[in-house]
Design a protein around this ligand. Structure first.
Ligand SMILES: C[S@@+](CC[C@H](N)C(=O)[O-])C[C@H]1O[C@@H](n2cnc3c(N)ncnc32)[C@H](O)[C@@H]1O
Length: 198
């Protein structure tokens, strides 16, 4: 991606060049289509991989789950595998990412949507996200406030955030607002944060 382009642009201006990446986890191995102009197009991001290796499986029944900022879909793909009974949603603003996610997930029953198209009344028992830290603090906080407030009363979100990109200040902000943030684990500069509503 050149210096003018961002993985969160609605319409990436880098030329499309599709390729594939392998998602390899203890419980699922699969190949996903990716492209230039989307986040971590060469390989599954190490933060995403950390989340998928370490996110706890909730004890409650998961009827609806959201991959917030899905990119080409590695998190949603894993949610489908781990929660086969749930309605899975995958949202992103990058239209190229949405098209890839549709290609990778559409046949599996995942609802791949632009955030503006999600039914306002929907709530989620589970949200997993490698959030777009690079959009800037104020936009990020707005984004998290919007979607985390749509957790059900017993719902939980698991976020992976790099320590040097503000994981601790994000937790502090969440705790000062209507959420409870708990550090679940930390490794190689990544933090896994569990968020519930107060
Ligand atoms: C760090 S990337 C993670 C992508 C993917 N989940 C993965 O693990 O490879 C964050 C994603 O959030 C998306 N994003 C940025 N702003 C967003 C917004 N307002 N609503 C939804 N997604 C957004 C970006 O386009 C990007 O694909």
């Amino acid at each position: 991606m050149d210096s003018q382009s961002h993985y969160f642009d609605e319409e990436p201006d880098v030329l499309s060049r599709k390729s594939t990446v392998d998602l390899v986890l203890p419980d699922i191995t699969t190949t996903l289509t990716t492209d230039k102009g989307v986040f971590s197009s060469q390989r599954v991001d190490s933060g995403t991989n950390y989340l998928l290796q370490n996110a706890p499986i909730p004890k409650t029944v998961i009827k609806s789950a959201l991959d917030l900022g899905c990119g080409y879909g590695p998190i949603a793909r894993t949610l489908v595998h781990r929660f086969p009974e749930a309605n899975i949603f995958a949202i992103d603003v990058n239209l190229r990412a949405l098209s890839l996610a549709e290609e990778n997930l559409g046949d599996l029953g995942v609802s791949v949507l632009h955030p503006d198209s999600v039914d306002r009344n929907l709530q989620f028992d589970l949200i997993w996200s490698n959030p777009p830290i690079r959009i800037g603090k104020s936009k990020l906080y707005d984004l998290l406030e919007t979607w985390l407030s749509r957790l059900t009363t017993h719902g939980e979100a698991i976020l992976v955030v790099q320590k040097h990109l503000g994981a601790d200040s994000l937790s502090g902000w969440l705790n000062k607002n209507e959420f409870q943030a708990e550090k679940l684990s930390s490794k190689s500069g990544y933090r896994l944060i569990k968020v519930t509503k107060k």
